[in-house]
Structures are given as C-alpha cells and as structure tokens.
Design a protein around this ligand. Structure first.
Ligand code: UGA
Length: 402
C-alpha cells in the first residue's frame, strides 16, 4: 500500500483521497485553509455529496485518512503525490495554471524521496510537461520524480459511485514503470484502464467533456425545433438514444449545461483549437447554443407577461446547476434571477439543498401558491410529484412535461 498526499481538497481532491484511503492506502489531504481542514478532520465534507461523509468518517477512524495544513511534512512522507487543485477559466478562456505551478514548486521544495506526481486536475495538453520542468528546475534533492497524468471523470452528485464504478481510468505516462505503479494503485477498483502518453491522456479529458457538452447543445436545439413543430423531444431522445451508436445518456434537454466543468472546459479546448490553428467550430457553436438556451427560456417568460415583469412574483423550483449538489457555479438559476429582477420581478425560490440566497423560501408550497408563474429550473427528484397547474408552469427541464 502507498503513502499518498493530495494537494487540494476541492471536489476532485477530496473524493480521490477518500476513495484511495477506502481501498487501503494511507492518504493525507493538504489544504491551506485551516478552518476547512478542521472541518474535514471532524469527518465533515464541506461539499454536499451523497455518501461522502460516511466514507470520510470510516477512513479517518481507521487511521488511513488525514487532513493537514502542513504541506511540508505531508509531501516529505509520500511516495505518490496527487495534484488536484483548481484550474479556473482566465479572461481569454484559457485555463489559469497558477495553482498548478505553485503545487509543482511546493513538491520540488519538499520531497525527500523518489516520488510519482499525478496530475488529476483538468489541464490543457502539455501541462504535465510543464509540471515536470517546474519540478526539475526547483528540486533541492537529487531524487527521481516522474509525472503521470490521471484525469478525473466523476460527476458531482455521483462522485462516489463514479469513482468506484466508473467507465474507465486513464493513465498517461512517459515512463512505463511510473505508469504501471499508478495502474497498480487503482487495480482494486477493477475498472478498464487506458494507458497512453501524457498528452493523449490530457486530451481525452477535454475531448470527452466537450463531446458531452456538444451532445447536450445538440439535443437542446432539437428540443427548440420540436417545440416549434409540435414534436415531443423526450420521445425523440428516446428513439435516438436506443441506437447504440448514439446512446440515451446526455440527451436530456433543458436550460443548458452549467457547473464548474463543462463551461470552463469547452472554453479551454476551444481556446487551444484557436491557438494551434485547428479550430473546434462544433465546440464553439455548442458554447453559443448553450447560452442561447437560457435566453430563449427567459424570452418565453417575457412573452407571457407581454414584456412587463414589474411586480410579478416568479416562483423558482431548483437553484443548483443540477440535482444532488449545492453547487451554483454557472447555474442557469443565477442568470435567470439576475435577468428577472433587473426587469422588476420578485423571485421566490425553493431548492432542497441551496438555502442561502436572499430569494430562498422555506417550502415549495410558497413557490407554487404565492406566485404568478413557476419556473422549474433544476430537476430534483422530489419535484416529480408536485401538482402545478399547466398554465402556470414553465418547465425548463422537460421534467414534469408528459
Ligand atoms: C462533468 C462530467 O460529466 C464528468 O465526467 C467530469 O468528470 C466532470 O464534468 C469534470 O470535468 O470534473 P459534472 O459537471 O459534475 O460532470 O455534471 P454532469 O452530470 O456532467 O452535468 C453537467 C451539466 O450538463 C449540468 O448542468 C447538467 O444539468 C447538464 N446536462 C447533463 C444536461 O443539460 N443534459 C443532460 O442530458 C446531461
């Protein structure tokens, strides 16, 4: 079993750490935020993710899972170090690599034994090479360091399930021995493993996310056409999805993709396409279609009130960018609230998990009974049984529509 350090306790880092400890490794997760580390040490996850807290408590109690702010000690004691820091979108659309570069430097300055560094963060093609060169430049010992790419494919809200029962594990290595060590690390998960060079592994992650984003934008545009032509997009998705070459997954029409991944990753790969003169026109258009989807929905609401929202009470069901998460990043709800309020509407929103926005009310009854119209913005399962008069409902997710 290995001694593992994980830099970054966001979504990816925390779940990776918990799962690697669950399969028997000793894992120390590092974060600079003392308050966050104290919460984590108590076995409480700062993010809402079904099943995560239980696994944290179990492995903390078994003394396999630790959290610390002391990166020096954690890095020195590990033979495998995962980098799982954020790669936010910069002004140009490109991924901002500041945290990645800092992590590489920290590793170089603190390791005392031969180490494999695994890059889990979603990073542009060539970043693993950059991490290797930063480490080599700053290394203070003559230890051997290999850098291996191991992109993450988990979805928020299904993170534990996706990690234990994912479709594949991708390992990108230039050195076979290092690649095989990481392969062995994940062997207990018993999942198909794709072993490639580092650049291909980095590309697999972006290409997969962008493809899924394209699939969503495609079905959204088909949904708009269906609506105009009196066809039922859910039946169309069903009929298309049964073709194995297409598949039913990610053909759910709605308000467009949000969250911390698809919006950022589509921009980042589109940026790479422009930079390297291999334009990704399909991805570029999927991005545009994604934004248009929210505008079209807003326009439907405006049309309903003849363009005048002044004093109208608009109920909103669901705030998170998708069900089973409390994440509001790039959530259509945020855009809609802003646009509606800008035009004088009063928004009353209910979400099973998100409770902190000023628009939030205690119970969905308040949203349904005390509003002029109701917008279904996130398809939480508990909304399925709600009775909402058809003339009052704007179902942004085709969830209550028959
Ligand atoms: C996504 C990918 O699915 C993961 O494989 C990947 O690891 C992750 O990004 C990442 O790069 O870290 P996530 O953003 O958590 O995961 O959520 P998804 O379930 O993929 O949903 C993304 C967005 O697409 C949501 O806004 C969702 O509402 C929307 N969506 C999804 C649709 O509008 N229709 C669909 O049929 C499916």
């Amino acid at each position: 079993m290995s001694n593992i350090a994980i830099i970054g306790t966001g979504y990816v880092g925390l779940v990776t750490g918990v799962v690697l400890s669950e399969i028997g490794n000793t894992v120390t997760c590092i974060d600079i935020d003392e308050n966050k580390v104290r919460i984590l040490q108590r076995g409480q996850s700062p993010i809402y993710e079904p099943g995560l807290d239980e696994l944290m408590v179990k492995n903390i109690d078994a003394k396999r899972l630790f959290f610390t702010t002391n990166h020096k000690e954690a890095l020195a004691n590990s033979n495998i170090i995962f980098i799982a820091v954020g790669t936010p979108q910069s002004e140009s659309g490109a991924a901002d690599l500041t945290y990645i570069k800092q992590a590489a430097k920290d590793i170089a300055l603190n390791i005392v034994k031969d180490t494999i560094v695994v890059v889990k963060s979603t990073v542009p093609v060539g970043t693993n090479d950059l991490v290797e060169s930063i480490i080599k430049e700053h290394l203070i010992t003559n230890r051997k360091v290999d850098v291996v790419s191991n992109p993450e494919f988990l979805r928020e809200g299904h993170a534990i399930q996706d990690t234990f029962y994912g479709d594949r594990i991708v390992i990108g290595a230039e050195n076979n021995e290092a690649g095989n060590t990481i392969k062995k690390l994940f062997k207990p998960l018993n999942l198909p493993i794709v072993q490639t060079n580092r650049r291909s592994a980095e590309m697999i992650k972006y290409a997969a996310n962008a493809f899924l984003a394209v699939k969503i934008s495609y079905i959204n545009e088909i949904a708009n056409l269906c609506e105009a032509m009196d066809a039922n997009v859910l039946d169309v998705a069903e009929g298309m999805g049964l073709d194995h070459r297409i598949g039913r997954a990610f053909l759910n029409p709605g308000l467009g993709y949000g969250g911390s991944c698809f919006p950022k990753d589509t921009e980042a790969i589109a940026y790479l396409g422009r930079e390297y003169c291999a334009p990704l026109t399909i991805v570029e258009n999927a991005i545009k279609a994604n934004f248009r989807q929210r505008e079209i929905f807003l326009q439907k609401v405006l049309n309903y009130f003849d363009g005048n929202l002044e004093g109208k009470i608009i109920g909103m069901l669901g705030l998170s960018f998708k069900p089973n998460t409390d994440d509001l990043r790039e959530a259509p709800s945020v855009y809609l609230i802003e646009e509606l309020e800008k035009r004088g509407a009063i928004v009353k929103a209910y979400d099973p998990v998100v409770k902190h926005l000023p628009q939030c009310v205690e119970h969905f009854d308040e949203v349904i009974n005390n509003s002029n119209i109701v917008l279904l913005v996130t398809e939480w399962e508990e909304f399925k049984s709600l009775e909402i008069p058809a003339n009052k409902l704007f179902d942004g997710r085709y969830f209550l529509k028959k």
